[in-house]
Design a protein around this ligand. Structure first.
Ligand code: UDP
Length: 324
């Protein structure tokens, strides 16, 4: 099988590409490198430097790739930025993805895996969150992901394009060899920020609110290692190649940690002090987001294997000597 990966130079995408290469699977990457890193793509992998908004080049590359399936990571993914600049998010994530889906369909490819998000659930009624939870996105980023889930449903109905929408909880950690990792500019995510504070690269961590409805008052999230996500994507492809029907699946560990617990665990793992200050709440943060991952276990036969200490140690290993 040959897989085309959009956003394969980005954080989660590059870990998946590496995972495919290690498993001997033929892969090509399509990325405009606006936020991705060329260094994150193995040199032996063909990289199409193309923007999803450029339909003609996109369509040509997809046909040339001779891919049997597409895994679509490419997207802007900062909630705060999406609130400030919704037009850019709708253009890039919605129009770009629709271009891709149309071109994939035109090329006769019938299998598609899509990076979706647990932020579709907004403020969930029931935690752990199953796929039965109603979808009520509360920011433009989540809206863009939901629109594409609906587009995929309609393309299945019209053309039998089969898709798996994977709703990630908090992607975290880095590859264990320290060669690829997480690098966002600016960095909005808790774990790299906590580790930067441990390394003395920032004075302290701002804890966004300690008055949430959780045992220590700070938000609880489900941190899933990128290599566990990579493994789940391969299982989603296998499911589609085994004639699986279109579906949506949560990807999380099923265990939640508060912001303060992350700081405490990071202190333990690094052996370093991590100063923090309580700051105001960040807009749009729900109290608790933890996955019910039974569907992933039942349908994909997938199980997360990497725990929080390894999430933190692999991330620390990368952050110390970041290559990009
Ligand atoms: N957070 C925080 N300080 C930071 C960054 C994040 O307290 O500097 C909190 C944030 O409010 C959320 C959790 O850490 O409750 C995880 O945030 P992150 O941005 O890593 O992921 P998100 O949950 O937004 O996808």
């Amino acid at each position: 099988m040959k897989i085309l990966v959009t956003g394969g130079a980005g954080y989660i995408g590059s870990h998946f590409v590496k995972y495919l290469v290690l498993n001997g699977i033929d892969v090509a990457v399509l990325d405009n490198l606006s936020r991705g890193h060329e260094e994150a793509v193995p040199t032996q992998v063909k990289l199409y430097r193309i923007d999803l908004l450029d339909y003609d080049k996109l369509s040509e590359a997809i046909k040339e790739s001779k891919a049997d399936a597409v895994v679509h990571f490419a997207a802007f993914a900062y909630v705060g930025e999406s609130v400030e600049n919704p037009g850019v998010y709708y253009q890039n994530n919605v129009i770009g993805s629709i271009n891709l889906i149309k071109a994939v369909n035109e090329a006769g490819i019938k299998k598609f895996v899509f990076s979706s998000t647990c932020s579709l659930y907004g403020n969930p009624v029931k935690v752990p969150i199953s796929e039965e939870e109603s979808v009520k996105p509360i920011n433009p980023y989540a809206n863009t992901k939901y629109v594409i889930e609906m587009v995929l449903r309609d393309f299945d109905f019209a053309y039998e394009l089969k898709s798996v929408c994977l709703r990630y909880f908090n992607a975290a950690g880095c590859d264990f060899d320290g060669i690829i990792g997480e690098s966002h500019e600016p960095e909005p995510h808790l774990i790299p920020i906590v580790l930067d504070a441990a390394l003395g690269r920032r004075k302290s961590v701002n804890v966004f609110g300690d008055d949430y409805n959780t045992p220590d008052g700070t938000c609880i999230r489900d941190y899933i290692h990128v290599n566990d996500l990579a493994n789940a994507h391969l299982k989603a492809l296998e499911y589609l190649f085994n004639s699986g029907d279109s579906t949506v699946i949560n990807l999380g560990t099923g265990s939640g940690y508060s912001v303060k617990e992350i700081i405490d665990s990071a202190k333990k793992v690094t052996g370093l002090d991590i100063p923090y200050e309580i700051a105001g709440r960040r807009a749009g943060d729900p109290d608790v987001l933890v996955a019910d991952n039974k569907k992933a276990k039942n349908i994909l036969g997938w199980e997360p294997k990497i725990g929080l200490d390894e999430v933190l140690s692999s991330s620390f290993n990368w952050q110390k000597n970041k290559k990009y």
